[in-house]
Design a protein around this ligand. Structure first.
Ligand SMILES: Cc1cc2nc3c(=O)[nH]c(=O)nc-3n(C[C@H](O)[C@H](O)[C@H](O)COP(=O)(O)OP(=O)(O)OC[C@H]3O[C@@H](n4cnc5c(N)ncnc54)[C@H](O)[C@@H]3O)c2cc1C
Length: 383
């Protein structure tokens, strides 16, 4: 029999993150969002709660949990706000996790304790101004000069790359040519503040306005040869693994947003009156809310499946793409319907659904667009 119940530890985690999201994040996040300001104080408190260490072993300052626990925490945060949720999601699955998965013992000891405590953030720079989906198009180059890598190029849309607490950015770069003539890609860690690394002003974004996203330029950036992350030439395989995992966490983020739309719609439809009765009495509104709940629930089952497979050490690539694709499309649909339930007020920043509407679209684009997810699923089925 399939068991969907969460153990006591996971239920306790879910409860404490839910309380934090409702009591600490919800009252203030709208203000950060309007000011396009990074919520340092919220991130500091998330660090104190151990959220940045959730899926890492205690020897690196982690909480000894797993990826499933991380996904639950992300879902609960996104139920209230996606900027905060993606700061955690990217900080772990794009920032710290590649170091944990592919780093040497020395690299893990040097970087992970600060990252798992939330004192510092790491970022992952794959996308460039000229390409995103076509990741093999990387133009950034790194050449060895003695015992240093010299890196030149640029990266686009890099989350958590320009905060006051950003400690490093792992960038993918072409480091040579493979025997078959294809590009040899490697991942190299670039500490913040390295001369030649310029962090451009934050993007003016449609959504995720309290999350940190920058374009980066690298102009003769020199880092020690020992900053290579994992094996030389394994950069492509490493980022595929990084993105496969990250998609499950991204799906959890989508489920959180989709569920937040249900919460807000249930609340508002009980308060708002039209034609002498609360609008929740109208079947048209009830059906919208029922469909929203159906989408959030089924998308949750999809990410539970993918996360459980990952934790059990089973194949999860296709399931991760299914979960990410479905959850992001559900989030988008729920945001549209929740805004409709709120009528004109849904189009203001007075209610969270306006923020949800703006935040939902990126879920169909980041960590692989919906088209890319469909390609992955179809290829996997044909393999
Ligand atoms: C707020 C934000 C945060 C981000 N954070 C990060 C980060 O931390 N690190 C990072 O490396 N990147 C990050 N990204 C980049 C993100 O992953 C890319 O934007 C995404 O992968 C899409 O790439 P692109 O924007 O170049 O679109 P393109 O690849 O140019 O795609 C444009 C359109 O063409 C479609 N398309 C492309 N190829 C095909 C094909 N073969 N078949 C069918 N359709 C196709 C796409 O699906 C899309 O609809 C972030 C982006 C944003 C907006």
């Amino acid at each position: 029999m399939v068991d969907f119940t969460l153990g006591e530890d996971l239920e306790a985690l879910r409860r404490s993150v839910r309380e934090f999201a409702n009591d600490v994040v919800a009252p203030v996040i709208g203000d950060y969002y309007e000011r396009h300001a990074f919520p340092y104080e919220i991130v500091r408190q998330m660090g104190k709660m151990g959220l940045f260490g959730l899926p890492f072993p205690e020897e690196y300052g982690g909480m000894g949990g797993d990826y499933f626990a991380l996904c639950l925490a992300i879902e609960e945060l996104a139920r209230v706000d996606s900027s905060v949720a993606v700061t955690l999601e990217a900080g772990i699955s794009l920032g710290a996790m590649p170091i944990y998965r592919f780093g040497t013992q020395a690299q893990k000891r040097e970087w992970l304790p600060r990252l798992t405590s939330g004192e510092a953030l790491a970022a992952f720079g794959l996308t460039e101004p000229g390409f995103g989906s076509d990741a093999g198009g990387t133009a950034t180059r790194a050449t060895l000069d003695g015992d240093e890598w010299v890196i030149n190029g640029s990266k686009a849309f890099i989350t958590n790359s320009g905060t006051d607490i950003t400690a490093l950015i792992t960038v993918t770069a072409v480091t040579g040519t493979n025997p078959d003539g294809s590009k040899e890609l490697s991942a190299i860690m670039v500490p913040s503040g390295t001369p030649g690394l310029s962090v451009q002003p934050g993007y003016s974004k449609v959504g995720w306005c309290a999350s940190d996203t920058h374009e980066l330029s690298l102009d003769n950036v020199r880092v020690p040869a020992a900053n290579l992350l994992g094996e030389r030439g394994r950069g492509y395989a490493q980022f595929l693994r990084t993105l496969d995992e990250g998609r499950i966490a991204f799906a959890a983020l989508g489920v959180g947003l989709a569920q937040g739309c249900v919460d807000e719609s249930v609340r508002y439809s009980g308060q708002r009156h039209a034609f002498g009765r609360p609008i929740r009495d109208f079947q048209a509104i009830q059906f919208k809310i029922a469909d929203m709940e159906m989408r959030a629930h089924t998308a949750r089952l999809a990410y539970y499946d993918a996360a459980s497979r990952l934790v059990a050490g089973e194949e999860f690539k296709r399931q991760a793409s299914i979960a990410k694709l479905y959850a992001s499309e559900c989030a988008m649909e729920n945001a549209r319907e929740a805004t409709q339930v709120h009528g004109g007020y849904g189009f203001t920043n007075e209610f969270p659904v306006g923020r949800f509407y703006r935040d939902a679209k990126i879920l169909e684009i980041g960590e692989g667009t919906s088209e890319v997810q469909r390609m992955i699923i179809a290829r996997d089925l044909a393999a």
